[in-house]
Design a protein around this ligand. Structure first.
Ligand code: 13P
Ligand code: SF4
Length: 304
């Protein structure tokens, strides 16, 4: 069935063309945002698209560190956020000063940082990673000592998968922590045939119950290829919209209805239109920080 385009959607489309802009949306964004986006994706995909597009303006519908990453990769483009207050609490759990102190304690360590960090923290890293490639990035490191920040649960998962000991930080995603093992077991009782997928930011006890541990876009790929007709989804609930849209013959159940990231829900179509009208709020990283942070992101993009 063809979707009817609203007046607001038409105005966004016209203005986007006039501004030579593209709209990038993270997979957790509201359905109305995903509907007007040129691309929906996970952190890795969105950074890649940002680095390759020839658009003059990128309207970033996600959280602040994602827009900063786009600014680091394309300083000649205008990166705007429809709601500048959409931050990631996990990214705020470590500062550049915290990381410098940790590095002083382990001067020989290689420093790996999850993309969910501020640009200042990225400037202190040796290499960046996302949930798609964290295991691969760490497995390729030869050095014995490895610092991994800020997510302690992602660090735990990567450590188990690679067999390497990681020096981790006490960071976590408050949204993924809302999913508890009992939620999965309960859903499994109602849907015994369903497969379980979980994001690596989840608690280790949740991950232990999953058939596959995946980033959000890898979850989309998994849903398309699996033989299962029912899937229990252990991540932020916003992903369910895309999963259902792409797989009309399958059923998706959120592991927990409480796994909602409030920051991801701050953006709507009105705010996108205003952002395009006024070309703000702009996210720009200072040149000194940008150059340092870019090295860590480039290293990641080169090895995967
Ligand atoms: P993905 O890169 O898997 O989309 O994850 C980003 C994120 O913030 C998860 O909470
Ligand atoms: Fe940050 Fe968690 Fe929200 Fe992702 S879901 S943006 S990690 S708070």
């Amino acid at each position: 069935m063809k979707k009817i385009t609203s007046d607001l959607e038409k105005r966004i489309k016209d203005l986007k063309k006039k501004r030579k802009a593209i709209i990038l949306a993270h997979n957790y964004q509201l359905p109305e945002v995903q509907d007007v986006a040129d691309f929906c994706g996970d952190s890795l995909e969105l950074s890649r698209i940002a680095s390759q597009t020839d658009a003059k303006v990128i309207v970033f519908c996600g959280v602040h560190f994602m827009a900063e990453t786009a600014s680091i990769l394309c300083p000649d483009k205008k990166i705007i956020m429809p709601d500048i207050n959409a931050g990631c609490p996990m990214a705020r759990m470590i500062t550049a000063q915290d990381l410098r102190k940790l590095k002083q304690k382990h001067p020989k360590a290689i420093v790996v940082g999850y993309v969910n960090t501020s640009a200042q923290v990225k400037a202190e890293l040796d290499i960046c990673c996302t949930s798609t490639n964290a295991v691969e990035v760490v497995s390729k490191i030869k050095e014995k000592e490895i610092i991994f920040v800020p997510d302690k649960y992602l660090a735990d998962y990567v450590s188990k998968k690679t067999g390497k000991r990681l020096i981790s930080w006490n960071g976590f995603c408050p949204t993924h922590l809302k999913i508890i093992p009992e939620d999965i077991l309960k859903k499994k009782q109602f849907h015994p045939q369903a497969e379980v997928i979980a994001h690596p930011e989840c608690l280790p006890a949740v991950i232990a119950l999953a058939d596959a541990v995946l980033s959000t876009s890898k979850m989309c790929q998994f849903a398309k290829t699996t033989q299962a007709k029912e899937i229990i989804v252990g991540t932020e609930v916003g992903l369910i919209y895309r999963l259902k849209k792409d797989n009309l013959d399958k059923e998706f159940y959120p592991a927990s209805e409480s796994a909602v990231c409030p920051n991801m829900k701050r953006i709507n179509q009105e705010k996108i239109l205003w952002a395009l009208e006024e070309l703000k709020d702009e996210v720009r990283v200072s040149e000194e920080i940008r150059r340092k942070a870019k090295k860590a992101i480039d290293r990641m993009l080169q090895i995967i």
